[in-house]
Design a protein around this ligand. Structure first.
Ligand code: FAD
Length: 499
C-alpha cells in the first residue's frame, strides 16, 4: 500500500485522533496510523476542569458538536451512555501508614478533599480509554479521515517529504507526508527514529508504577466511616473523585467507572521503593496491599479485567526528549515527556498541545511563520514540563508529612484554578502557558515553596508549630492566585467548589 498526505499523525490515542479532527476541519489532509486496534487497554483517564474547558472550546471553535457532550458528566450520560465513564467531583487524598489501618481524625489532618465542580451534572469525568478512544476514531472515520490500524512502522526516511515505511495488516506499507506529528506517547516512534537524545535525567520526579483495571474494588467511603471517619463536611462523596491513597514514598490512584471497572495503580518513588526486579507485578501489588491494610480491604475482592489481563509493572515512568518540534515535525506532550499521574495533569496538558498544534498547522501552513511558531511550541512545552516536574517532585517530598503535603499541594491547585478561571473569563487563550509556567512571579513563588519545604524536611521531625509556619508561608505565597480559599485552616482540608 502506498499513500501520500500532508500530515501523518502517528498514534490514535485521544491526542492523535483529536489533532487529526481539528486539522481536517481546517482543510489539511491527514492520515492517522496506529500499531494497535481499537478497543484496546490504555490508562490516563482522569479529566480536570481545565481539560474540560479546553475540550469544550475546541469543539466550539472547530465545530465538532458531536464531541461536546464529552466535556462533562451530565451531558455525557445523556448523549453517550454506551461509552463508559466515571464521575469525578474532585480530588481526594488519604494518608496511610504502614502496618496500620487508616485512622481518621476529627480535624481531617490526614485527608484532603478539593472539589472541582459543585454538582454532578457539570462534573469532570474519568474517560474509559478503550471506549473513549474508539469512539473518537469512529468519529474521525465518519469525517472521512483515513485511519490505519495494525500498522507497524519500521522507518522514517527522506525529508521534504518524509517517507514512512512498515507493514499494514502484514502487507508492505509506505506513506509520504510533508509533516509528521508523533502522538505515540510512550511508543515515541519519532524521537527514537530521529535519534533525539533522552533527557530524563533533567527531571527530578523519579517514580515507577504497578497498575491495572479491576472489577470487585470496594468503595473507600464505607471503610473510612467504619474506621470512624466523619463525612458530614466532605464537599463530595470521596469515591466520586480521583481518589489518592498516599503512602510512604508514593501514592495510589483509584478511578471508578460506572460499569463497575476501576482503574488503579501505585506510583512509587524509586528511592523509597527500589525496583524489586525479581518480583512479579502481582507479588509487588499483594505486598503493598498487605502493608497498607485499609487499602488491602478495599482491594480484597479485586480481579483484573480480561481486557487488561495480568497486572502491569513499569520501570521508571519518567521520559523526556531533547526536542519537542522542528520545522516539519512535532511531538504531542505525552510523547515529548512522561512524568507521573499525580494531580491528573497529563490529559489537560495533551489537550493544550493538541490545541496549539492545530492552530499553528491550521492557520500557518505554507506560511513563513510556521517554523518560528514550532520553535516557540518547543520552548513553551519544555518550560511547562519543568514547572510540572517541580510541582510533582515537591509533592513526593512532602508525602513524608501530610501537613506539609496539604499545604505544598496548594501551590499547584492555586495555579491550576487561577489559570482555569482566567481562561474561562477569556483572559488567556491558545498560546498561553499551561499552569502559569511563563509567569515569573508564579515560578518564583513555586521556587520559594520548594526551598522552604526542603529546608524543613532537612531539619529533622516536623513539629506542629513548624507545620503551621509552613502553612502560613504557602498561604502568603499563593495569595495573588488563591481564588478558592485554599490553605484556610478553618476549612480543615475540605475545600468546596467556589464559582
Ligand atoms: C500511570 C499513568 C497514569 C496516568 N493517569 C492520568 C490521569 O489520570 N489523568 C491524566 O490527565 N493523565 C494521566 N496520565 C497521562 C495520560 O496517559 C496521557 O496524557 C495521555 O494518555 C496522552 O494521550 P495520547 O493520545 O497523547 O497518547 P497515548 O494515550 O499514549 O496513545 C498513544 C497511541 O499511540 C499508539 N502507538 C504507540 N506506539 C506506536 C507506534 N510505534 N506506531 C504507531 N502507533 C503507536 C498506541 O497504540 C496508542 O494508541 C497518566 C500516565 C501514566 C503513565
Amino acid at each position: 500500500m502506498e499513500l501520500a498526505t500532508e500530515i501523518a499523525i502517528l498514534g490514535t490515542g485521544f491526542g492523535g485522533t483529536l489533532t487529526a479532527l481539528l486539522l481536517h476541519r481546517q482543510g489539511r489532509r491527514v492520515v492517522l496510523i496506529d500499531r494497535g486496534r481499537h478497543p484496546r487497554f490504555l490508562i490516563g483517564e482522569s479529566s480536570t476542569p481545565i481539560a474540560d474547558l479546553v475540550w469544550q472550546q475546541l469543539c466550539t471553535r472547530y465545530q465538532l458538536p458531536r464531541l461536546e457532550a464529552l466535556a462533562k458528566w451530565g451531558p455525557w450520560q445523556r448523549e453517550y451512555p454506551q461509552l463508559d465513564c466515571g464521575l469525578k467531583r474532585g480530588f481526594s487524598y488519604y494518608r496511610h501508614h504502614p502496618d496500620r489501618h487508616f485512622e481518621p481524625n476529627a480535624d481531617h489532618t490526614n485527608e484532603l478533599l478539593i472539589a472541582a465542580s459543585n454538582h454532578d451534572d457539570s462534573a469532570d469525568t474519568h474517560w474509559y480509554r478503550p471506549d473513549f478512544d474508539q469512539f473518537l476514531v469512529s468519529e474521525a472515520r465518519r469525517e472521512g479521515i483515513a485511519v490505519l490500524e495494525e500498522t507497524t512502522l519500521d522507518a522514517i526516511t527522506g525529508r521534504e517529504p518524509w517517507r514512512l515505511t512498515g507493514r499494514h495488516l502484514d502487507e508492505p506499507f509506505a506513506l509520504t507526508a510533508e509533516f509528521v506529528i508523533d502522538a505515540t506517547g510512550e511508543g515515541s516512534f519519532l524521537p527514537r527514529h530521529l535519534a533525539l537524545s533522552p533527557q530524563v535525567e533533567s527531571l527530578q520526579t523519579r517514580s515507577r508504577s504497578v497498575y491495572g483495571h479491576f472489577t470487585g474494588v470496594d468503595l473507600w467511603g464505607p471503610e473510612y466511616v467504619h474506621r470512624g471517619g466523619r463525612t458530614a463536611d466532605h464537599p463530595f462523596a470521596c469515591d466520586d473523585a480521583a481518589l489518592h491513597h498516599v503512602i510512604d514514598g508514593g501514592w495510589m490512584y483509584v478511578l471508578r467507572f460506572r460499569s463497575g471497572v476501576t482503574s488503579a495503580g501505585f506510583l512509587l518513588n524509586l528511592e523509597h521503593h527500589a525496583d524489586r526486579a525479581a518480583w512479579s507485578a502481582e507479588a509487588e501489588w499483594q505486598w503493598l496491599l498487605a502493608r497498607y491494610p485499609s487499602i488491602g480491604r478495599q482491594f480484597s475482592r479485586a480481579e483484573t479485567t480480561p481486557l487488561c489481563g495480568p497486572l502491569r509493572k513499569t520501570g521508571r515512568v519518567q521520559r523526556r526528549w531533547s526536542r519537542c518540534a522542528d520545522r516539519d515535525w512535532a511531538l504531542l506532550p505525552f510523547t515529548a515527556y512522561g512524568l507521573d499521574a499525580l494531580h491528573s495533569t497529563g490529559n489537560a496538558h495533551t489537550l493544550r498541545g493538541v490545541e496549539r498544534l492545530a492552530d499553528l498547522l491550521g492557520t500557518r501552513w505554507d506560511h513563513p511563520d510556521l517554523a518560528p511558531g514550532l520553535a516557540h511550541y518547543d520552548t513553551q512545552l519544555s518550560r511547562e514540563i519543568d514547572v510540572l516536574d517541580q510541582v510533582v517532585a515537591g509533592c513526593y517530598q512532602a508525602f513524608a508529612d501530610f501537613r506539609l503535603f496539604s499545604s505544598f499541594a496548594m501551590l499547584y491547585f492555586a495555579g491550576a484554578i487561577f489559570s482555569e478561571v482566567r481562561r474561562r473569563q477569556g483572559k488567556s487563550g491558545v498560546h498561553d502557558d499551561f499552569l502559569l509556567a511563563n509567569e515569573p512571579d508564579y515560578r518564583n513563588r513555586l521556587d520559594r515553596g520548594v526551598a522552604e519545604l526542603r529546608q524543613i524536611l532537612s531539619t529533622g521531625p516536623v513539629t506542629a508549630p513548624r507545620a503551621e509556619q509552613f502553612r502560613q508561608f504557602i498561604e502568603r505565597e499563593i495569595a495573588p492566585y488563591n481564588m478558592a480559599g485554599l490553605c484556610d485552616p478553618a476549612r480543615h482540608n475540605m475545600y468546596p467548589y467556589l464559582d
